[in-house]
Design a protein around this ligand. Structure first.
Ligand code: ARG
Length: 580
């Protein structure tokens, strides 16, 4: 099945083309803005009428006449409205047939792309010198949700965790690690267990001891030139740091594994080829001894061209160089259609520049679409980037544990009779889901204020609300003694039923939009509205007390709602609970 909106768009667009002779028409189909307009409306006729200097209402009528010639059974009626809109009312039988297909095979709730693409999602990507902190939360969960959506839409997805593991900081860390190892080898595991502290101690040594600082500087060079002892120490550190990340991924129910690593060090041997490629295209210039690319479209405030630094005067390479090498791998070897970079908005100039250089130097293939999926900053209630009271960076693990603790209190308050073990289990799920959902439900490009009380509330657009809605439907279904009823929706008589039915069938087009535009908050809004429509249905339409056929039909509608919520939440990386 195709999403309803897509079917309507295609039908109306081809009717528009047939009527006007214009090849590419945009029907601009949206869900109806008011109930009385029907289910969908096409707003595209007006713009085309204007372009052709025609009366828009007349054009809309001609398009409808064209559509009527072979109307699909999906549509009940088309109607001209207002200055030239087309109102669309769908056929109930067709909706029921779709819904009943989905009941027997929930996979049909979401259709798969006709032409699957190969898509890289570059996300999470922490710097391994330190532990993951709250700044890594957004990229990690937005990226993971996009991966789930793209996979479900039938695309081939390559996850890439572009961790930073190769900069100057690692010289300092290796030097410090070697120092401890030689002095008190048995203490090393303990020292490494808190990477944040380890980093700080190394940094203190670096800042206060000139001799140590020199050793540290030499260590980077030795590491990068392949010295075995330095590589061994580096590996030890990286291993430790990755284990920290994995604990977080595990807790967050994020699908990244070791196999998805795309560490900066991977490109070490390829960087001089990048320099050569840029050189052969005559794109390289010298600036203060460094090799840089100037592109006319990047101009600073003072009117001077902004350089993209490729190689520093000491021969060292930069972040941009590695990203260029990664683009080459992705486009030339992997033949990727889209490469998505789920990275902080503050890196947007970096990506614009790297993408532009890659295209100009033919490092990127003709077809690859390079997209920076930018996100804003998580703020504290003071409106500044989220920190501890004392102004320190918050470790991600501490934030997640606090959320679980708070969820535990919440669950205990709501359900004091629960045994300890299920209580803990529910708290973990709700705690993690709340943090994730609070983030995913915000428009990713904006900053947002992190607030415990709203995200852990049972009212509003929150994870607890949706999880509770799901569990509640499940408990209604369990109450039906006839259990194992033949699930099919046969009768839709009340408006609340029809609204809910149509909403369920719209999951497909929402998922399609998220796959294209990469805004998971669209899916959150959808699920929130879906849960709201269920509550309205539940208030207006008795289920268990209804007559036999109506009861069975309503139970089936409730079951399909639950399934839709479950599938939608799963695409956000949120696990549902059968009981709360
Ligand atoms: N490691 C980088 C950082 O911590 C983010 C990497 C993002 N991905 C990329 N391909 N540049 O800022």
């Amino acid at each position: 099945m195709e999403p309803i909106k897509q079917i309507l768009s295609l039908q109306i667009e081809s009717a528009l083309s047939a009527t006007t002779g214009i090849a590419d028409c945009n029907a601009n189909v949206i869900t109806a803005s008011k109930l009385e307009f029907g289910d969908y409306q096409a707003n595209g006729v007006m713009a085309i009428a204007k372009q052709l200097k025609q009366n828009p209402q007349e054009l809309a009528q001609s398009v409808i006449d064209q559509l009527e010639q072979d109307k699909s059974n999906l549509v009940e009626s088309f109607e001209v409205a207002g200055p030239g809109f087309i109102n669309i009312r769908l056929n109930l039988k067709a909706l029921l047939s779709r819904a009943n297909t989905a009941l027997s095979n929930p996979d049909t709730l979401i259709s798969t792309a006709e032409n699957p693409q190969t898509i890289v999602v570059d996300y999470s990507s922490p710097n391994l010198a330190k532990e993951m902190h709250v700044g890594h939360l957004r990229g990690t969960i937005i990226g993971d949700s996009l991966v789930r959506v793209l996979l479900k839409s039938g695309h081939r997805v390559i996850r890439q965790n572009h961790v930073g593991d190769w900069g100057t900081q690692f010289g300092m860390l290796i030097a410090y690690l070697q120092e401890i190892q030689s002095q008190k080898a048995n203490k090393l595991p303990q020292e490494l267990s808190d990477l944040e502290k380890f980093y700080r101690s190394a940094k203190d040594r670096f800042d206060s001891d000139e001799e140590f600082a020199n050793t540290a500087r030499k260590s980077v060079v030795q590491l990068q030139s392949g010295d075995p002892a330095h590589n061994q120490a580096w590996r030890r550190f990286i291993e430790e740091s990755l284990a920290h990340c994995e604990t977080i991924y595990d807790k967050l129910n994020v699908t990244l594994t070791r196999a998805d690593l795309d560490a900066e060090s991977r490109y070490n041997d390829d960087l001089e080829n990048i320099v050569a490629a840029l050189n052969s295209k005559e794109l390289l210039s010298e600036s203060d001894g460094a090799r840089v690319v100037f592109l006319s479209e990047f101009v600073g405030k003072d009117g001077d061209l902004l350089p993209v630094i490729i190689q520093k005067s000491d021969g060292g390479y930069l972040y941009s160089t590695t990203d260029l090498a990664a683009i080459r791998l992705r486009s030339n070897e992997w033949n990727v259609d889209r490469s998505l970079y789920v990275v902080d908005r503050r890196q947007s100039l970096h990506f614009q520049q790297v993408f532009a250089v890659a295209k100009k130097a033919n490092i990127a293939s003709e077809k690859i679409s390079l997209e920076h999926i930018a996100y804003g900053t998580m703020m504290g209630s003071d409106g500044k980037p989220f920190k501890t009271r004392s102004g320190d960076i918050v470790k991600l693990i501490d934030l997640l544990d606090e959320s679980i603790r708070r969820a535990y209190d919440l669950v205990s308050e709501k359900n004091p009779d629960l045994d300890e073990s299920p209580r803990q289990q529910i708290a973990e799920k709700v705690g993690i889901a709340s943090v994730k959902y609070a983030d995913l439900s915000k428009n990713r490009t904006s900053d947002y204020v992190f607030d415990w009380s709203t995200m852990l509330a049972f009212e509003g657009n929150t994870a607890p609300y949706l999880m509770y809605a799901y569990a509640r439907i499940k408990s209604i279904l369990r109450k039906d003694e006839a259990h194992g009823f033949n699930p099919s929706i046969q009768s839709i008589s009340e408006p609340e039923e029809r609204l809910l039915l149509l909403k369920i069938l719209q999951l497909d087009e929402i998922v399609q939009a998220v796959a294209n535009e990469c805004f998971p908050n669209q899916l959150c809004n959808y699920l929130y509205e879906l849960a709201g429509l269920f509550m309205r249905f539940y208030e207006a339409c008795p289920i268990l007390k209804a007559s036999k056929t109506i009861k069975s039909s309503r139970l089936a509608l409730a079951a399909l709602t639950a399934e839709t919520l479950r599938v939608g939440l799963d695409l956000l990386g949120i696990e549902t609970l059968e009981q709360m």
